[in-house]
Design a binder for this molecule. Structure first.
Ligand code: SF4
Length: 308
């Protein structure tokens, strides 16, 4: 029986046909089935602009994800199937279902969690980055179709590494992430201070998890879930108030964000929402929990280089 799909309420995406994902430096692995399925299509008959040349190229070495083929490129660097108005030639002439799975799937990624399959989106897509399109919940059946064909659904690590030598389970992870998203979404708090409060939350969670894991801990001692619940009841004021007393330097060190940054780098691939632009972030080992615009405003810009 298919697992339930988890779709965040404030996450949107509709392709804007900007063509960015079909150009540039992406090395896009294509499963062998797609070239086999499309090899006899007379593309020039469908659209003279698509020409008669090879549409796929064999890679000298397989990608880490296993694919051995990629798209051929036009002299401009664009995918060989990209035609006028930034339209995909396969989609235009043969329909969405005929496209290679990697193209049908972008910018989604899926993670199997104990609560169901969480659908996330990549900031490498400009529609995601700029929060354009319909809510995922409104297009649930289309997202489910993509997920059904996916061979890339990641499994949540169990346990989840919170910090070096400190592992937590899924309920603790969810409680921590909910707290972090609440803090980062607090619009009355300047964003650098919200990041600092988030960093304090992660540092506190690490301490509580360590305490909880001590064999000598007596019954009734503080637990991570208990501490997070207490903070949530207090609307995270014990973290936000001290964070608000700090005046971030315009070009300061990022050292004070170390706990948050370390956690973001290790967290599993699940979704979450950007606090400021309400754009989706992927709860993943890759992109940060805030959107690129927010992150750049605070610290440094991050440039997505990988489409996986
Ligand atoms: S980058 Fe996003 S919006 Fe642009 S063509 Fe690709 S999927 Fe569509």
């Amino acid at each position: 029986m298919p697992r339930a799909l988890i779709l965040a309420a404030d996450v949107v995406f509709t392709c804007q046909s900007c063509g960015d994902c079909c150009r540039g430096e992406w090395l896009i692995g294509v499963d062998d089935a797609a070239p086999a399925r499309l090899k006899d299509v007379d593309w020039a008959r469908h659209d003279p602009a698509l020409g008669a040349g090879e549409k796929f190229t064999r890679l000298p070495l397989p990608l880490a994800s296993g694919e051995r083929m990629t798209f051929a490129r036009a002299p401009s660097g664009a995918c060989a199937f990209l035609s006028g108005q930034n339209r995909c030639g396969i989609h235009t002439h043969l329909g969405h279902a005929a496209k290679p799975q990697v193209c049908r799937e972008f910018p989604y990624h899926f993670v199997e969690t104990p609560d169901g399959i969480a659908a996330g989106l990549s900031f490498a897509c400009s529609a995601v980055l700029h929060h354009r399109g319909a809510g995922l919940a409104e297009q649930a059946s289309a997202v489910a179709d993509v997920a059904v064909g996916s061979a890339r659904i990641e499994k949540l690590p169990d346990p989840i590494v919170l910090y070096s030598g400190v592992d937590i389970d899924w309920p603790r992870y969810r409680a921590l992430e909910d707290g972090l998203c609440t803090i980062l979404g607090e619009r009355t708090v300047p964003f650098p201070n919200a990041l600092l409060a988030g960093s304090l939350l992660v540092a506190l969670a690490v301490s509580l998890a360590r305490l909880e894991q001590r064999p000598s801990r007596g019954a009734g001692g503080q637990t991570l879930l208990g501490g997070l619940a207490e903070l949530a009841r207090d609307r995270h004021r014990p973290l936000i108030e001290p964070a608000l007393t700090v005046r971030p330097r315009a070009r300061g060190s990022l050292a004070y964000l170390a706990p948050l940054v370390t956690w973001l780098a290790r967290r599993p691939r699940v979704w979450g929402s950007c606090s400021r632009s309400t754009a989706i972030t992927s709860r993943s080992a890759g992109p940060p929990v805030v959107c690129r615009t927010c992150w750049a405003a605070t610290a440094r810009s991050t440039s997505p280089r990988s489409r996986a």
